[in-house]
Design a protein around this ligand. Structure first.
Ligand code: XMP
Length: 429
């Protein structure tokens, strides 16, 4: 193992992710583990140089004050107690915190500042090989950042022992399934099963206009298609997953209640339960992107904006029809191309088009035409809970409008959504 590690034991402080990031910023890898980790589990972690026990307001769970086991306190590596039973309070000033952490990590624990993506990848490759042995791993590769990075890491670690299944539900953006096939099937030479399930999804969705119902159908059908593919493959014992640290935080820990259920986990039937391989589960999003870059994935994959699981299905408003689905896909491609060309792609958090289920009258070649309209949305946010509208230059909006009304079949009008969140959510449904 190349990297030293500082372990934070979760005694209920909401500050733990922040401390982990502060330690990583000092160049030392840090992981957070539950307070009741056993000494054996702790010993199994590679290169642990020190332990931080961080208490806090959630230290009391169900009326009982939680603590780590005595074995941990008596273990051979130094233990730092933070905000713990009347100890020195932890500084709130960033510089003081940095100094205190540095003193502990380097001065007391003697850790080396050797956390970087090359070492992380090399350690994870070793850990994955140890976990998987000569067995086979299955991965649902959506083409999103997390699943792409985990796929690339697994390919590096175990090559053809990995099978990636890319389900095209017909609601992906223009060029996405092609890119997944090119990068993973050709360039990385991975075992890739590509399933074009477009007709199957669109048939199920026909006539369904309720957004939650649409989401349920897309999610449920996705699991069924994946399950069918999994049953065709023999001898799979592991399931790779692009779980990242924020997914775990949002799913709740032993001390923090669930914010939302983790959409990456579960859904498969009992007889198809696999052991999980989750090499990114301790990384924050920016670190996942850095990992993908270090693995050589293209920027279009690693730096892409958030894209909802149900994809264009929730941007083709109301009951999905093939003509409007194509129109939203084509207009989205034009918007992305123009944002790219004009330096907005890396700057704006999320931008896309949506197509409502209404036609309006217009003129084309001196003839009256009843056609669809397209809505442009471009927003910035930190946590997706609130969002502001990007001030897109008017000339650029006019240019995009011209392109969309000229190039996208059946669209004669373009609108720009000026609504922040609240009151508008980012998506339209
Ligand atoms: P809203 O529309 O709630 O969106 O302001 C906040 C963020 O969540 C994304 N989003 C989804 N992501 N499945 C997902 O994986 C969904 O059903 C879904 N709905 C919204 C949205 O794109 C935005 O980034």
């Amino acid at each position: 193992m190349k990297q030293d590690m500082i372990v934070i034991l979760d005694l209920g402080s909401e500050e733990n992710p922040k401390i982990a990031r502060e330690i990583r910023a000092l160049g030392v890898y840090s992981e957070i583990h539950p307070h009741d980790i056993t000494l054996e589990e702790l010993k199994a972690l590679p290169n642990v140089k020190g332990i931080i026990l961080n208490g806090g307001p959630n230290r009391v769970v169900d009326g009982v004050e939680i603590d780590a086991s005595k074995d941990i306190y008596n273990y051979e590596v130094p233990v730092l107690l933070v905000d713990h039973k009347g100890d020195e309070p932890w500084p709130t000033d960033d510089e003081e915190r940095k100094a205190a952490l540095s003193n502990f990590i380097f001065g007391i624990c003697g850790a080396e500042a050797n956390w970087n993506m090359e070492n992380f990848i090399s350690d994870q490759v070793e850990l994955i090989r140890n976990q998987v042995g000569d067995k086979k791993v299955l991965l649902a590769l959506s083409g999103g950042v997390d699943s792409s990075v985990v796929a690339a890491l697994l390919v590096k670690a175990i090559g053809k022992q990995l099978t990636c299944v890319h389900v095209n539900h017909g609601l992906l953006r223009k060029g996405e399934p092609e890119q997944v096939c090119k990068v993973f099937g050709e360039e990385l030479d991975a075992n890739l099963v590509y399933v074009d399930a477009t007709d199957r999804f669109l048939d199920k969705l026909a006539g369904v206009s309720d957004p939650e119902q649409k989401r349920k159908i897309i999610g449920g059908e996705f699991i069924r298609v994946f399950e069918e593919e999994a049953r065709k493959l023999d001898g799979i014992e592991f399931l790779g997953q692009g779980t990242i640290y924020p997914d775990i935080i949002e799913s709740g820990t032993k001390t923090v209640k669930t914010v939302k259920s983790h959409h990456n986990v579960g859904g498969l039937p009992e007889d198809l339960q696999f052991e999980l391989v989750e090499p990114l589960k301790m990384l924050f999003k920016d670190e996942v992107r850095a990992c993908g870059r270090a693995l050589g994935l293209p920027s279009a994959m690693v730096d892409r904006q958030p894209f909802p699981g149900p994809g264009l299905g929730v941007r083709c408003l109301g009951a999905i029809t093939r003509d409007r689905l194509e129109a939203v896909r084509e207009s989205d491609a034009i918007l992305r191309e123009e944002f790219d060309k004009n330096g907005l792609a890396g700057k704006v958090w999320q931008y896309f088009t949506a197509i409502p289920d209404i036609k309006s009258v217009g003129v084309r070649d001196n003839k009256r035409v009843d056609e669809w309209c397209v809505i442009i949305r471009a927003v910035n946010t930190v946590d997706a809970m609130t969002a502001t509208v990007e001030n897109v230059p008017f000339e650029l909006l006019q240019h995009i409008t011209t392109r969309i009304t000229n190039e996208v079949k059946g669209v004669n009008r373009v609108l720009f959504d000026l609504t922040p969140k609240p009151t508008g959510t980012i998506e339209w449904e």
